[in-house]
Design a binder for this molecule. Structure first.
Ligand SMILES: *[C@@H]1O[C@H](CO)[C@@H](O)[C@H](O)[C@H]1NC(C)=O
Ligand SMILES: *[C@@H]1O[C@H](CO)[C@@H](O)[C@H](O)[C@H]1NC(C)=O
Ligand SMILES: *[C@@H]1O[C@H](CO)[C@@H](O)[C@H](O)[C@H]1NC(C)=O
Ligand SMILES: *[C@@H]1O[C@H](CO)[C@@H](O)[C@H](O)[C@H]1NC(C)=O
Length: 290
């Protein structure tokens, strides 16, 4: 399959007001069992493990009309909604996962691409609440190729008030003399230090910005690991992080490395300032816990 190439060759046109993106034309084509925890059996990954993908659905002809909710086309489009919701509402204490697809429909839209209309169930993973969403995902085609466009109308996704927790975390890391630095969230045993969980969540939210813009009808991205995250000093109210993430593209089975620069504050949410796809380096396994 040549998805790795497709992914890298995505033409960055028609994208405005976005963080700067740099890519290098090299991705690793096999999953490295040593580098990515395959068995993160935490409730937090529930939303990701719920996807039962049918191999038969993996074909070049795009399904049109009413879709099987459990097949790739509907699941892939629904996953884009998850990333969209994370970019809009995600925080260290609020993280959305796709719980299930209830209904899906796809149609070609003349000149502009393909439109999916979805009824999905979305899980807020940290508070463990579930809401239904009606969503529309347009995958642009041709000259207008770019990130999918999403509209979603959901039940009360913000039901669980996380403001106090966010303020406390913000204060803690704003006032600490030592800047945060952490590696391997989670480690190769699927473990995350409780103090570092908010940063694993934050890394996932930031990753959703990448996964949202990189998604096509032929991809299904999951977050695999925050390889490392480093807090940078700021003059303003934002917390700023440099972060190296590993994404797992389920269709091609590629592990893709990205470097992100992002900010977070309780009032402003997550803003990704820079994203850069990195070539995979094999010589050093990431899971050397020092
Ligand atoms: C989440 O909530 C559902 C239903 O409300 C429950 O069945 C499930 O056990 C909960 N999961 C966790 C990890 O608490
Ligand atoms: C809100 O989320 C916290 C975890 O962050 C959880 O302990 C709590 O039960 C949730 N509250 C509600 C009302 O869902
Ligand atoms: C400040 O940072 C250091 C090093 O990361 C950590 O050990 C300490 O617990 C932090 N202090 C507070 C109040 O969070
Ligand atoms: C972060 O992790 C990546 C991948 O393991 C590694 O290449 C990079 O050197 C690390 N950076 C820092 C600052 O630790």
């Amino acid at each position: 399959m040549s998805l790795g190439i497709v992914l890298v060759m995505v033409v960055l046109t028609g994208v405005t007001g976005s963080p700067s993106v740099t890519r290098r034309p090299e991705t690793e084509t096999t999953a490295h069992p040593n580098s990515v925890p395959e068995t993160v059996e935490e409730p937090e990954t529930f939303g990701q493990q719920d996807v039962l993908v049918d191999e038969e659905a993996e074909e070049d002809v795009m399904a049109t009309g009413e879709l099987n909710p459990n097949h790739y086309p509907a699941q892939r489009a629904a996953k884009v909604v998850q990333h969209y919701l994370n970019t809009r509402h995600g925080s260290p204490y609020r993280l959305f996962g796709l719980h299930s697809v209830l209904r899906g429909n796809a149609e070609d839209v003349a000149d502009s691409g393909r439109k999916y209309q979805l009824e999905i169930s979305v899980q807020e993973i940290i508070g463990n609440t579930t809401e239904k969403c009606s969503a529309e995902v347009l995958f642009p085609r041709g000259e207008r190729q770019g990130a999918p466009q999403v509209q979603a109308s959901c039940g009360d996704l913000l039901k669980n008030d996380t403001k106090a927790q966010e303020e406390a975390l913000h204060n803690q890391y704003k006032t600490n003399q030592t800047l945060l630095s952490a590696q391997n969230l989670p480690d190769s045993y699927g473990h995350i230090d409780p103090d570092m969980k908010p940063f694993w969540h934050l890394g996932q939210v930031a990753s959703s910005f990448v996964m949202l813009r990189e998604s096509t009808e032929n991809t299904l991205f999951n977050m695999a690991q925050v390889a490392n995250i480093t807090q940078l000093a700021t003059e303003n109210d934002q917390l700023k992080f440099d972060c190296h993430i590993l994404l797992h593209e389920m269709v091609s089975q590629e592990i893709i490395h990205w470097k992100l620069l992002f900010t977070w504050s309780p009032a402003g949410g997550v803003t990704v300032l820079q994203m850069e796809q990195l070539p995979h380096r094999c010589e050093k396994p990431p899971n050397t816990n020092n």
